[in-house]
Design a protein around this ligand. Structure first.
Ligand SMILES: *Cc1c(COP(=O)(O)O)cnc(C)c1O
Length: 360
């Protein structure tokens, strides 16, 4: 077996090694009970404890107020693109969307199936290299909600100031949930696929203010109503057991590190190392504008596509995996989520300096 490589993948993404080791053991024999985690009934006492602990850790780490429900759903973050307007956007009503990349575009497309969509801001004409400040757009009057993507995984941009509006904020936080402290009470809904910063694929966490559970029209199918899942503690049907369990392990790991204030500091330092390397060089160019830079996904280009291909190839040879940028922007992307070790970032910086010397 090779030594563990540095996994810069945007998602599914690197997880703490100790979490993987524990999960591998529990898959075969959960808590030494003689039964494997993934063959256990989701209604068993043991598994209900797993779900309850996962939820209470998430509540504790994010300081989720009591008037919010936490749901563990399936269908990926992409299902939320439809589920949000299904539940919150009745025909004839309007919602405001901020278009800051592929994931918001997809959400806009789905929302249009249900109601009026006002795209109040778009950075598409500059290949989504920035996110807006609160005064750069206006929410539609009487909008049901304002929708935005807090971290644009593909382009490497991130909101550092959340939108200010009287209506409810709905946020796709898939790629930066748990990366920094956030005031949950400012949001109507926060949702996130697990596979970027929380655990393995298969589970989407939805944090929803309780009063919004009653907004869905009668025509919405049972499985697509938030209320269905809220009333049954995410056990209306079989939940994504393995993913929930592993999220719980990741949350424990995060709590032991000191929670969100500690991880935020570590994330800022890791990102700073990479951005400094980019800023100190004429060889590497960052894709995101300075004020919009993400602390989770660092996107950059080299002078030519040929050099980028060579960079990615030589990086892979020294155990840096997943540095190829998304096909829609090209270039390189280093995803440095919570579980990505600082040491890996330092080694990448050394590699970048050496590569530049050799090739510029
Ligand atoms: C990855 C990602 C998605 C899509 O998630 P799926 O679980 O694959 O549907 C949506 N939004 C953001 C911000 C993402 O990074």
């Amino acid at each position: 077996m090779p030594d563990r490589i540095y996994n810069f993948s945007a998602g599914p993404a690197t997880l703490p090694h100790e979490v993987l080791v524990q999960a591998a053991k529990d898959i075969v024999n959960f808590n030494d009970k003689g039964i494997g985690l993934i063959e256990m009934s989701h209604r068993s006492k043991e598994f209900i404890e797993v779900v309850d602990e996962c939820e209470s850790l998430l509540r504790e780490l994010m300081s989720i107020p009591d008037n919010y429900k936490v749901l563990f759903l399936q269908g990926g973050a992409s299902t939320q693109f439809a589920m949000v307007p299904m539940n919150l956007l009745p025909p004839g009503k309007s919602a405001t969307y901020l278009n800051t990349g592929t994931w918001s575009k997809k959400a806009i497309k789905e929302a249009k199936l249900f109601g009026n969509v006002d795209v109040a801001y778009s950075s598409e004409d500059t290949l989504f290299d920035k996110v807006p400040l609160p005064d750069e757009y206006e929410a539609t009057a009487n909008a049901e909600y304002l929708y935005f993507v807090s971290n644009n995984t593909i382009y490497g941009t991130q909101f550092h100031q959340f939108p200010e509006t009287d209506t409810d904020l709905v946020c796709d936080m898939s790629s930066d949930i748990l990366a920094r402290t956030v005031d949950v009470s400012r949001f109507g809904i926060i949702f996130a696929g697990a596979q970027k910063n929380m655990g393995p694929a298969g589970c989407t966490v939805v944090i929803i203010r309780e009063d919004l559970l009653n907004n869905a029209p009668d025509s919405i199918p049972t499985m697509f109503r938030y209320k269905t899942h809220a009333e049954k503690g995410s056990m209306f049907n079989t939940p994504p057991c393995f993913s929930i369990y592993t999220i719980g392990l990741v949350l424990k790991w995060l709590k032991n590190l000191g929670g969100l204030p500690s991880i935020e500091k570590m994330n800022l330092e890791k990102a700073e190392l990479l951005y400094q390397a980019i800023d100190n060089s004429d060889f590497y160019t960052g894709h995101a504008r300075f004020d919009s830079r993400s602390i989770m996904n660092v996107t950059f280009n080299l002078p030519t596509p040929e050099l980028e291909a060579q960079f990615i190839q030589e990086a892979a040879a020294v155990s840096f995996d997943g540095l190829k940028g998304h096909r829609s922007v090209g270039g390189c992307r280093a995803s440095i989520y919570n579980a990505f070790p600082r040491e890996g970032v330092e080694k990448l910086v050394d590699f970048m300096v050496a590569f530049e010397k050799k090739n510029s």
